[in-house]
Design a protein around this ligand. Structure first.
Ligand SMILES: C[S@@+](CC[C@H](N)C(=O)[O-])C[C@H]1O[C@@H](n2cnc3c(N)ncnc32)[C@H](O)[C@@H]1O
Length: 209
């Protein structure tokens, strides 16, 4: 099947992307809502979670993406694969992650991945970068104690910026890691790896504070 064609980037501050998302109800999304939840923010075409759902079926998987046609395509592929533990949501996570996951019950969110987000290199575009304090607050409000946030990028300044946001948050403990802990790599990670570029990674563990 041909891949859906989309703009490479969208401006997350444009009026269209300020629309509020519906609050998710995991009872409606997954066949077994009691499973631990694994959330990938900025999932693009969603192939990472599609493969993870096969490799580690003990989780429910939620992909979040701002480019709606990719979300529709990814949900179609999940349906075609008969996966009842995988769902993708259209959401501008920079503005609305808190609202999207507001109804997720405590203790369910166990794993969050943020992988190779758009760098928006120019200083005048810095406000478009996806990871901000509000996103860290939204994750902190739902992540279980001992749950993990995995962050990786090949862009050093962006790595430092994202790590500083989580490091400076009272609900996370930083862990240095040498490698991707998952059995699957995203499309972007494979592209970076093929060019032998360095990748900067951290895990931030949810604490009680
Ligand atoms: C460079 S791609 C990386 C995709 C994937 N994580 C990977 O590693 O291959 C960044 C993705 O984040 C999405 N994105 C950017 N800003 C976003 C936002 N505010 N909310 C949700 N997704 C966003 C982009 O549309 C794009 O699909």
């Amino acid at each position: 099947m041909p891949r859906v064609r989309v703009h490479q980037h969208v401006n997350p501050l444009a009026p269209f992307y300020r629309q509020t998302p519906v609050r998710l109800d995991i009872e409606e999304l997954f066949a077994d809502p009691a499973r631990p939840l694994f959330m990938d923010i900025g999932c693009a075409r969603g192939r990472f979670l599609l493969k993870m759902a096969g490799e580690m079926p003990e989780y429910n998987y939620l992909g979040i993406e701002i480019r709606e046609p990719l979300v529709e395509e990814a949900n179609r592929l999940a349906d075609e694969a008969g996966l009842t533990n995988l769902h993708y949501s259209f959401c501008n996570a920079m503005l609305w992650l808190d609202r999207l996951i507001e109804k997720i019950p405590d203790g369910v969110l166990q794993m969050v991945t943020i992988q190779f987000p758009d760098p928006w290199f120019k200083t005048k575009h810095a406000k478009r970068r996806m990871v901000n304090r509000e996103m860290a607050d939204a994750i902190a409000a739902k992540l279980d104690i001992g749950g993990k946030v995995f962050v990786q990028t090949d862009i050093e300044f962006l790595a430092e910026e994202m790590f500083a946001i989580f490091r400076g948050h009272e609900r996370f403990d930083e862990q240095k890691i040498d490698a991707n802990p998952f059995p699957v790599k995203t499309e972007r990670e494979l592209a970076v790896e093929s060019k032998s570029l360095p990748v900067y990674r951290r895990i931030f563990k949810g604490t009680e504070n």
